[in-house]
Ligand binder design. Structure first.
Ligand SMILES: *Cc1c(COP(=O)(O)O)cnc(C)c1O
Length: 378
């Protein structure tokens, strides 16, 4: 049996090696490493896939979030509502720009930001909401967009874990996550559902003016060569990464199907264990299983984590410390914010291996080991 990993990028590469190698070789031979035709080509391909009017590639997902906030013209002291139960990048960029992160709780079932909690956190200083489509399933965008529209707030979707997911609004519209709010952000970090072979990211929007502003910001605030209208950054996707992403974007739906198949297998297996809560799949959005995350009640997840490690099965805690309890934010006094669901989940979640190359033999081995653990410990 192949070694079990959280993601198996080597096996995935072996299957697309000729295509990838030839794409990379042609870039080496053209020496168009920056802003080459592959970047423009990827941008267009992704716009088509997402049904987004504008895709602006950039250097990584953290930059995407930062630049999106900069593009909206938020001012120091403005408040941005964000879940604490997320990867640090979501919240870090808010503070970096001199904005105030206002941490709110998440929904116990979907792990995503709680719309009622957003409502309660709104003040006259609130300017934006950053919902995170955590682990591959969309936040409650129906309610979030209603709240945002009623209070004139911008919505920046952190779609780094959910690219390719669909969302169904009650009015019958069906769109890709990342295109539901005013601006969407993603990461192409290698282990993401659409990952490249280095760093990469992108920003999506249907707003022409905002797109023009964001395009300028990622390129030193430049409106035409050597004329700089606003303070920007240097954040580019390079041609080699774009070429890899073009190939992998064509396979994204198959990759999602493979992840969902693994999730289905786990779901069926865990039915017999009432202390193990499997990921809840919402009716509104398609779960793309960036992570397969269990919530354990009456079972010690740290013991399970150690038990699996002894059997060469990796499992991960995403994330062991929620943002509001990070030292980084101590000047905001955010650890005093009462986020009971976030704290409760932080103690109980555990993510199991899920990727595009999982083999039945590996799944059986993982489930066998967990069964052994639960029979004794549940
Ligand atoms: C990965 C990730 C990011 C950051 O992306 P990088 O490309 O690593 O900068 C932001 N938010 C979430 C939810 C992520 O999972």
């Amino acid at each position: 049996m192949k070694k079990i990993q959280m993601v198996d990028l080597i096996s995935q590469y072996q299957k697309i090696k000729p295509e990838i190698n030839s794409a990379i070789t042609s870039i080496l031979e053209s020496a168009q490493f920056i802003n080459g035709p592959e970047v423009k080509g990827f941008q267009t391909d992704l716009e088509t896939y997402l049904g987004a009017k504008h895709v602006i590639p950039c250097a990584n997902g953290t930059d995407a979030l930062q630049v999106a906030l900069m593009g909206l013209g938020l001012k120091p002291g403005d408040e941005v509502i964000t879940p604490s139960f997320t990867y640090i990048a979501t919240t870090e960029v808010i503070a970096l720009l001199g904005l105030k992160p206002v941490f709110v709780d998440v929904d116990r079932d979907t792990f995503c930001v709680d719309a009622e909690a957003i409502k309660k956190a709104i003040t006259p200083k609130t300017k934006a909401i950053v919902p995170v489509h955590l682990y591959g399933q969309a936040a409650n965008m129906e309610e979030i967009m209603k709240i945002a529209n009623a209070h004139n707030l911008a919505v920046i979707e952190d779609n780094a874990q959910a690219i390719g997911s669909d969302y169904h609004f009650l009015d019958g519209t069906n769109s890709k996550t990342g295109t539901l709010g005013h601006v969407g952000c993603t990461s192409f970090f290698p282990s993401k559902n659409l990952g490249c072979y280095g760093d990469g990211g992108a920003i999506f929007t249907n707003d022409d003016e905002l797109a023009a502003q964001i395009r300028m910001i990622v390129n030193h605030g430049q409106s035409k060569r050597y004329y700089h209208d606003v303070v920007g950054v240097n954040s580019r996707l390079d041609s080699i990464q774009a070429a890899v992403l073009r190939i992998k974007l064509r396979k994204l739906d198959d990759y999602i199907a493979a992840r969902r198949k693994v999730a289905d297998h786990y779901d069926a297996f865990f039915k017999k264990f009432p202390g193990v809560k499997t990921p809840v799949r919402s009716n509104e959005s398609k779960h793309v299983f960036h992570q397969y995350t269990l919530t354990l009640e009456g079972v010690d997840r740290n013991e399970l984590n150690a038990f699996l490690a002894e059997r060469d099965i990796p499992s991960m805690i995403y994330y062991p410390v929620p943002a509001h309890r990070q030292k980084m934010f101590s000047s905001f006094g955010s650890e005093q914010t009462d986020l009971p669901v976030t704290d409760w989940l932080t103690e109980r979640v555990i993510s199991l291996p899920v990727h595009t190359e999982m083999e039945q033999e590996q799944l059986d081995y993982i489930c066998g080991a967990i069964e052994e653990f639960l029979t004794v410990n549940a």
